[in-house]
Design a protein around this ligand. Structure first.
Ligand code: SAM
Length: 215
């Protein structure tokens, strides 16, 4: 497996980190899905939409304060960044889209849940499923995933060979959508039949990783 380089944490974690009681079960499901993306079903998609439709009205009010921290740190320290089109997968309400646009002015922001996506003011919004991205092969130079399910084969298909993957979990190893970075790396390697490496760090309550193919 490719190398994972850990950078020092610069943004400390304050007291009062939220606890998500559903995290353990959700992490197991997220990891299982990352390893077996073909297990994604209509029922899971419907359940995801139902859950985030309930959360949409309170998402930014309850979670908006801490969620940008790790992605912001990743974008500060994880470069250099290739210029071109960026796919923001699972963009939700667009809470993080402004940060992404500061690095990539052309961003396609995609989400499965209309109640989340309809709150976003990002310029290019797409209602869609990360398991079947509605974009051509090799069209993106960057894919950003902030607390979303991992469909590595679709990322590899849509990303150019010199593209970059930015991953973040706003509650770090305790986030419901957390998948160990080694697993993220491995699934990208399996899907591309190529070696990848990662740089990662923690920031606030969260963590991030930037993954690239080895040259
Ligand atoms: C934890 S929220 C994160 C939202 C946003 N990235 C943020 O950090 O505020 C997860 C988002 O991923 C979306 N999502 C879940 N499964 C998805 C899929 N298969 N395809 C596209 N979006 C998905 C959900 O609808 C939800 O908006």
């Amino acid at each position: 497996m490719g190398q994972i380089t850990q950078l020092p944490q610069l943004i400390p974690a304050d007291a009062g980190k939220p606890v998500r009681p559903e995290a353990a079960a959700s992490q197991q499901a997220s990891r299982q899905l990352a390893l077996q993306p073909s297990s994604w079903s209509r029922e899971q998609a419907d359940e995801t939409v139902r859950r985030y439709t309930e959360l949409a009205t309170v998402w930014e009010g309850e979670r908006g304060g801490y969620r940008p921290v790790p992605l912001g740190d990743a974008l500060q320290r994880g470069g250099p960044w290739p210029a071109g089109l960026c796919l923001e997968i699972g963009c939700g309400t667009g809470l993080l889209s402004g940060l992404v646009q500061q690095v990539w002015p052309r961003v396609v922001s995609l989400d499965l849940t209309w109640a989340m996506l309809s709150r976003s003011t990002a310029p290019w919004r797409v209602l869609g499923d990360a398991s079947r991205l509605p974009v051509p092969d090799g069209s993106a130079r960057a894919v950003v995933l902030a607390d979303v399910p991992l469909f590595a084969a679709e990322i590899v298909r849509t990303l150019s060979a010199d593209g970059v993957v930015v991953w973040s979990n706003a509650l770090g190893e305790d986030a419901p959508h957390h998948v160990p970075i080694a697993t993220v790396l491995e699934t990208l390697e399996d899907a591309s039949d190529a070696a990848w490496s990662a740089v990662m760090s923690h920031a606030g309550w969260g963590l991030w990783a930037v993954l690239r193919r080895e040259r």
